[in-house]
Design a protein around this ligand. Structure first.
Ligand code: 6PG
Length: 224
């Protein structure tokens, strides 16, 4: 595992934010633009707070995407886009036309998935992901159909939460130039140790050679 372990959630967030800034500058220098997918959930919030304060990020050449979305509108408190807009994007000069949200409110949801797949770039530079304590990532939950789905983005029935989600597939996630996992908190330690030991068949274990940004609490049961 490409593990980077930090003493606190804040130090983990700061390191991921610094890596984001570096990757953005490198992508813009190399290809003129930075295409990055953001994760949902609560863990990225600390990273967003650091990111909006960092200098020298080519925000005007940055395109923002999302790895997954809940089946809600942009104004919902559950919206991953809404969280990113509130905690990061409303503070930085990314042109609105370069912020690509998943239409969680659209029905049928499959149409939203197809529309999103059509607007994705040939290849993302960075896909920032999180992990649930059940080992899910994006909205690729254990035992759900999207785990083995073809294509780039699908609508996924998630019985664990009695809901539907939009999610990038593993094919799309693993096609990104870099795959990062930002994971903090002792409640994630069990799944992380399983992944390191190759047990538990957790969905997150299917992310291709990720860089793990974790805090000591999440790394509590790891060998490192
Ligand atoms: C989502 C996410 C999901 C998230 C994990 C971790 O939409 O919920 O994309 O994969 O990253 O559930 O969530 P926390 O960061 O809140 O622990």
């Amino acid at each position: 595992m490409n593990l980077r372990v930090f003493p606190t959630p804040q130090a983990t967030a700061d390191a991921a934010a610094e890596a984001f800034a570096r990757a953005a500058r490198e992508a813009v220098t190399a290809r003129g633009a930075f295409h990055v997918a953001l994760s949902g959930g609560s863990t990225p919030k600390l990273m967003y707070a650091t990111l909006r304060e960092l200098p020298d990020i080519p925000w005007r050449a940055t395109h923002i995407y999302f790895g997954d979305e809940r089946s809600v509108g942009p104004d919902s408190p559950d919206s991953n886009y809404g969280t990113a807009q509130h905690d990061l994007l409303s503070y930085v000069p990314v042109p609105a036309a370069q912020i690509h949200r998943m239409e969680g409110e659209r029905r049928p949801l499959e149409e939203a998935a197809a529309a999103y797949a059509a607007l994705l770039p040939e290849r993302l530079d960075v896909n920032l992901l999180g992990m649930g304590d059940d080992g899910h990532t994006a909205s690729l939950f254990p035992g759900t159909a999207a785990l083995d789905a073809d294509g780039r983005v699908v609508a996924n029935r998630v019985p664990q939460h009695d809901t539907w989600r939009l999610t990038m597939t593993f094919g799309e996630i693993n096609a990104a130039r870099q795959r990062w996992l930002l994971v903090t908190g002792a409640n994630k330690a069990g799944a992380l140790a399983d992944v390191q030991a190759g047990r538990g068949n957790h969905p997150v274990g299917r992310v291709r050679e990720p860089v793990w940004f974790v805090d000591v609490a999440a790394a509590g049961a790891l060998q490192y």
